[in-house]
Design a protein around this ligand. Structure first.
Ligand code: 13P
Ligand code: SF4
Length: 370
């Protein structure tokens, strides 16, 4: 975290009461003053009022690439904590990554705690399923995990993946070892493995709150994929009956979903893709096409607005909101930027140097996989 003291006029309380229109004006002015020094990254789940200020919009893979390539001194990340950590790991030592609200976390990333993961691995080693170095099992983590989990994977020959390159990362890992240990999203892991032709009987789920993850030694020895019992509470809300309902109500509608959705939902969908891939799918469709989209509501609504010649609705009427992505407000962004103008770096995300090296190894491997 940043240790720089903040001048009273730049304290957050003064910003939280700003009406949106003045926050907008101040963001635009601060951006101008910071031109060439600061770059704003915006994940597709950000609110419209925030993402409109992003210099780069993208999914977590695209934004990781931008973070690795930008020369800007300040990377202001409108997204969630694990994304900002990855930007810090991929950026240069002298760059500063700023998360405008530190409460923007990710419940899925919190479901795999490093102590639990080390404990699981130790049990796999004791059973003779792998060596500690990972020569029989490749540990692979979804980007949506802490830097410590990424480092754990990197140190054992493993890799990071995102929802846009999970299949390529699985292929890479199976070229290395006969088994994969996948963290923390069981759904992305299962959906990817199933589409590579791996039967469900060759997969087990490791529940960190059960003895031996809730498995027998024999099941663990036979499994080709060990899935961590984590999930996204936003995407897990989509159910197979939602797909049936929209198909009954809107004949011919295309159902497109994010791979964090349950397998039973993905199995019924016409297309599964990362946020960028869902956007491209809608953009490429002929005028008049209808879509029911299984992902975060801000992206779904934006797709509807940006494609008035198509019909875009959410797969679930109750609308799935990522409350942590929503934490980043124009007021927080104005606060972070105006502080930079004043020379104060607030809410800096700095990854512990002890985990930085191996987390970087795992992320670099991901960026090299084609
Ligand atoms: P993408 O990698 O598709 O951007 O997804 C990130 C995420 O957090 C989805 O919940
Ligand atoms: Fe995490 Fe789910 Fe929000 Fe993505 S949508 S940031 S996985 S809680």
């Amino acid at each position: 975290m940043a240790t720089t003291l903040t001048a009273p006029s730049c304290s957050l309380e003064n910003y939280l009461v700003l009406p949106d229109h003045s926050a907008d004006r101040r963001i635009a002015a601060a951006k101008q003053q910071l031109a060439g020094q600061a770059v704003i990254l915006g994940h597709h789940y950000q609110r419209d009022e925030v993402i409109r200020f992003a210099d780069y919009r993208g999914d977590s893979f695209r934004l990781a690439q931008v973070a690795a390539e930008t020369d800007a001194q300040y990377i202001v990340y409108c997204g969630v904590h694990f994304m900002a950590e990855s930007a810090d790991i991929l950026g240069r030592e002298e760059q500063h990554v700023i998360l405008p609200d530190l409460n923007a976390g990710c419940s899925m990333a919190d479901m795999a705690e490093i102590g639990q993961v080390e404990d699981c691995w130790e049990q796999l080693v004791k059973l003779g399923i792998t060596s500690d170095a990972g020569d029989q099992v490749t540990p692979m983590t979804y980007m949506n995990s802490t830097a410590a989990i990424k480092a754990f994977c990197g140190e054992r020959g493993g890799v990071v993946c995102t929802s846009s390159n999970a299949a390529a990362a699985f292929k890479w890992a199976f070229g290395r070892t006969p088994k994969i240990f996948f963290l923390p999203d069981q759904h992305l892991g299962r959906n990817t493995a199933v589409r590579m032709g791996i039967p469900l009987t060759d997969m087990v789920v490791w529940d960190p709150f059960q003895i031996m993850g809730g498995n027998s030694p024999d099941r663990l020895r036979k499994a080709r994929v060990i899935l961590w019992k984590g999930h996204c509470s936003v995407h897990q809300r989509f159910l197979p009956e939602h797909v049936d309902n929209v198909r009954a109500k809107y004949p011919g509608i295309q159902v497109i979903v994010h791979p964090e959705c349950r397998m039973e939902v993905c199995d019924k969908a016409d297309f599964i893709g990362s946020t960028d891939q869902l956007i491209k799918r809608v953009a490429a469709a002929p005028v008049g096409t209808s879509f029911a989209v299984g992902t975060e509501i801000h992206l779904v609504n934006r797709l509807g607005k940006e494609h008035p010649d198509k019909v875009v609705i959410t797969l679930d009427d109750s609308g799935c909101l990522c409350t942590t992505m929503f934490r980043i407000s124009p007021q927080h962004l104005a606060w972070a930027l105006e502080n930079l103008v004043e020379g104060n770096v607030v809410n800096e995300i700095k990854v512990d140097p002890k985990v930085h090296h191996w987390a970087r190894v795992a992320l670099d491997r991901m960026l090299e996989i084609r």
